[in-house]
Design a binder for this molecule. Structure first.
Ligand code: HEC
Length: 129
């Protein structure tokens, strides 16, 4: 019994101490709130472009490849370099979009907090099959 409890306790410690960043669990409800900052330029409705492309189905999509949207040369080149949007590539991009894709026309400074990025990515995941 005591040994079991100790193991449970140790696993708890391990989970609590696991690194944040790309591996933080995203909270999609909070992500929905954060998405308000994106919603000026992005919709999650399929094919609906605003200033930016629709983010419906963005996870699993090659960067710069939404049909019918005119990307900057920078974003098109980023996609051609082999970048596919997933939790990791989005995490990198959303921290500092204009540093990661130099010349992108997305004028959003980025989310500094890893948890904010994880939350908004969890929200976007709901719209990606
Ligand atoms: C001021 C308008 C604006 C805001 C705010 C904005 N974006 Fe963008 N976003 C754009 C534009 C414009 C592009 C196209 C970039 C290009 O072609 O260089 C883009 C591109 C993207 C892409 C690449 C899409 C693809 O099809 O490759 C992702 C992902 C993205 N935005 C996510 C977000 C998220 C998440 C937020 C909120 C945290 C956000 N954006 C906020 C305008 C914006």
């Amino acid at each position: 019994m005591t040994a079991n409890r100790r193991i449970v306790f140790l696993i708890g410690l391990l989970l609590a101490g696991s690194p944040a960043g790309a591996w933080a669990a995203g909270n999609s409800a909070n992500g929905e709130k954060l998405f308000k900052k994106c919603a000026a330029c992005h919709s999650v409705a399929p094919g609906k472009k605003k200033v930016g492309p629709s983010l419906h189905g963005v996870l699993g999509r090659t960067a710069g490849s939404a049909e019918g949207y005119r990307y900057s040369k920078a974003m098109t080149a980023y996609g051609r370099s082999g970048i596919v949007w997933d939790a990791d590539t989005l995490d990198v991009y959303l921290e500092a979009p204009r540093k990661v894709v130099k010349g992108t026309k997305m004028s959003f400074p980025g989310f500094k907090k890893a948890q904010d990025r994880a939350d908004v990515i969890a929200f976007l995941k709901q719209y990606s099959e």
